[in-house]
Every structure is written in C-alpha cells, then in structure tokens.
Design a protein around this ligand. Sequence first.
Ligand SMILES: *[C@@H]1O[C@H](CO)[C@@H](O)[C@H](O)[C@H]1NC(C)=O
Ligand SMILES: *[C@@H]1O[C@H](CO)[C@@H](O)[C@H](O)[C@H]1NC(C)=O
Ligand SMILES: *[C@@H]1O[C@H](CO)[C@@H](O)[C@H](O)[C@H]1NC(C)=O
Ligand SMILES: *[C@@H]1O[C@H](CO)[C@@H](O)[C@H](O)[C@H]1NC(C)=O
Ligand SMILES: *[C@@H]1O[C@H](CO)[C@@H](O)[C@H](O)[C@H]1NC(C)=O
Length: 343
Amino acid sequence: MHFSIIATAILANVIAAAPFTYPLANGFPKVNMTTLEEIFKLAGGTTPNVSPPATLTNSGVQTLQLIAANELFEIAYFTELLHNISFGIPGYRADQYIIDSLTAIVNQEQVHALAANGVLSHANKEAIQPCQYDFPVDNFEDAVLLAQIFTDVVLGVLPLAQSQFSSNGGDEDVLIPVVGSMIAQKGEQNGLYRFLQKKVAAAAPMLTGGSPQFAFSAISQFIVPGSCPNINTIGLEAFPPLTVETVPKAMNGTQLFSVKGSIPASNVSMVYISGQNIPVTVPISNINSNGGKTFFFAPFPYDSGFARGLTIGALVSGSMPSFNSSADVAAATFYGPALIEVN
Ligand SMILES: *[C@@H]1O[C@H](CO)[C@@H](O)[C@H](O)[C@H]1NC(C)=O
Ligand SMILES: *[C@@H]1O[C@H](CO)[C@@H](O)[C@H](O)[C@H]1NC(C)=O
Ligand SMILES: *[C@@H]1O[C@H](CO)[C@@H](O)[C@H](O)[C@H]1NC(C)=O
Ligand SMILES: *[C@@H]1O[C@H](CO)[C@@H](O)[C@H](O)[C@H]1NC(C)=O
Ligand SMILES: *[C@@H]1O[C@H](CO)[C@@H](O)[C@H](O)[C@H]1NC(C)=O
C-alpha cells in the first residue's frame, strides 16, 4: 500500500538529478478530499480542528510563512529520498521499517504545510507556494545526516515561533500548542535519524536555538534560484553561506571556515549559538583569500558548555561584540549559519 503511493508520488520526478518540482503525484499542494483523507491516513492523524486565529499580526504571518516554506522544502526532500530508495538509485537502500517511517514523515510534513498555509488563508494572508529544489546528497547515509541537520535547525527556530505567537497575544495563542506538537514530532524524527547513524539518540539536554534568518538561510541553499513563486513575501533575506571546512570534535579546538567572497580584514568576529546558552564570541585569525573564497580560523570552545549536536556559527560585524540572544546575533551577521555538528 505504502509503496504504490510512493511509486506514483515520484513518477512526476523521473529524472532524480533534475531539480525536484511540485506538484506531487497526489496533487499536493492542491489536494481534493479523497487525497486529503489518504494523506491523513498515511500521516497517522489530521490537521488540527481547533478554530484558527481570525486575524494574524504581521510577525505572526511571517512566522507561519517561514514554517510553510520549510515544510514544503522538507516534503520535497523526503519525497525524493523515498524515490531514491524505492527505485534503487545507487547508494540508496533501506528496509521496510525505514520506508514506512519516511512515508509517515513525508505525509506528516504535508499535514504541517497544509496546517500552516491553512491558518494563513483563513486569516486572508498569503499562503506560501513551493519552489524547485536541489539537494547536495547522493547516498542514503549523507541524506540521513542532512535530514538530521536541517531538522536540528528547525527545532531551534520553532520555539521562537511559540514566543512570537505568545508575545503577539490574542488570537495567535491557539497556535502555541500546535507548534509545540510539531516540535515533538520533529524530535521523534531526529531520534530516528540519529539512531540510523548510531549517534546517541537524544543529542543534548537543551537543543540549540536559532533564528528565523538562520533557518531561512539554511533552506535557501537548497532552492533553485528564481524558482519560487512567492517566497519573497516572507520578507526574510538569506545570508551568504559560511562553511566549516574541518570536522569539529567534542572538545576545545580550532576550526577552519570559508566564505565565498571577501570579508573585512578587521572588525569581524565569529559567534557560536549552542544549547540554550548566551552566544559565545571568539576572534578570527589567518584570513586568507584564495580563488574567490576567503578562509579563516577561529577557536571552537566546545568545553565552555556547548551542546552535543548542532552548534550554529555566524561571522558578525564588530570586534568581539557580546550578544544576549540569537536575534541579536542574526542582526549583526555577515555570513551564516555555519551548521556545526558535534557527535
Ligand atoms: C483527487 O486527486 C487525485 C490526485 O490528483 C486524483 O487521482 C483523483 O481522481 C481525484 N479525485 C477526485 C474525486 O477528484
Ligand atoms: C536522490 O538521488 C539523486 C541521484 O543520485 C541525487 O542527485 C539527489 O540529491 C538524491 N536526493 C536525496 C534527497 O537523497
Ligand atoms: C575551553 O576553552 C574555553 C574558552 O577559551 C576555556 O575557558 C576553557 O577553560 C577551555 N576548557 C578546556 C577543558 O580546555
Ligand atoms: C566595527 O563594527 C561595529 C559593529 O558593526 C561598528 O559599530 C563599528 O563602527 C566598526 N568599527 C570600525 C572601526 O569599523
Ligand atoms: C545583555 O544583557 C545585559 C544584562 O541584562 C546587559 O547589561 C547588556 O547590555 C546586554 N548586551 C547587549 C549586547 O544587549
């Protein structure tokens, strides 16, 4: 039963190396009642039937649009991953348990997207439409690692969505537990991805926070430029990427980073966001431009209380500025986020 759904879902995307393009074979993002029932069945549950807010604040709209954009990216990713597994693309193999789990997950993400866009439409705000996507993985192991990393990023930003809805007050309060339930669902997903990599199932007592700008920047790297009908309506801009070139370990050390382009030789610093701690600023050194890229080193003070799992790095303006929140960091960021995973 599951397999036939997957098999039809991917026929629209025959050439796997071409960008992933919507709609899914079930019609998603446009679904009729029959398809919706099928999605709910495969997802193991429905969209919430509590009354959505009649009105939304501007920041509430932005938050929901970012959630929708992220879910649309994730649906594309897991649909293509299931395709690669089901069609025996070299490098992809998984047992029935994993196929069943990923099938549930891709349908659950469809329910998330329908819920977020549904709340927007109900309040007469613009729902987000899907883009085309390209993913930088070509085997099952890397695909699971990437799924774990982008899920970590989303887990960091969804609690901020809850804060946002809470401080907006009024109508949006009803969304706080809904988002809480999505956080839990993504935590369950990451337990699977970590298990598949034989990593300790739960990474840290307090997972790393984030910011909407960092989450948007992270998913933007997978979007085919110019392919989004209305992603600009979110009003967020992606930072240019910051890459960690070395493999960080769970101890103090020094890491090599790179960016495409140049950076000022002075008055820039590296900042890390890890766990639910105040951001940590460190100096950078040995700035070296080579072939359109700029490389530099920065200490990685893992032993000063960093979380296992994701740490977010950002190259910011200022000489050793201090920050109290990830929002402050995002406001000063030139390049980021560096998605640093420590096991
Ligand atoms: C619902 O949509 C699916 C997928 O596009 C299609 O196969 C099916 O015929 C549609 N059902 C109805 C009742 O319109
Ligand atoms: C699926 O396989 C193709 C071909 O190797 C690859 O280009 C693509 O990135 C893969 N997608 C995922 C999500 O693993
Ligand atoms: C790790 O680095 C931090 C920041 O430089 C320092 O305070 C701490 O003592 C170091 N810990 C160890 C175990 O080296
Ligand atoms: C360094 O950066 C900070 C923060 O952006 C800025 O306020 C300051 O003017 C800069 N100083 C110099 C010397 O460029
Ligand atoms: C961070 O918080 C402390 C204590 O509330 C405050 O003194 C400091 O000015 C804040 N720093 C920034 C950069 O906002």
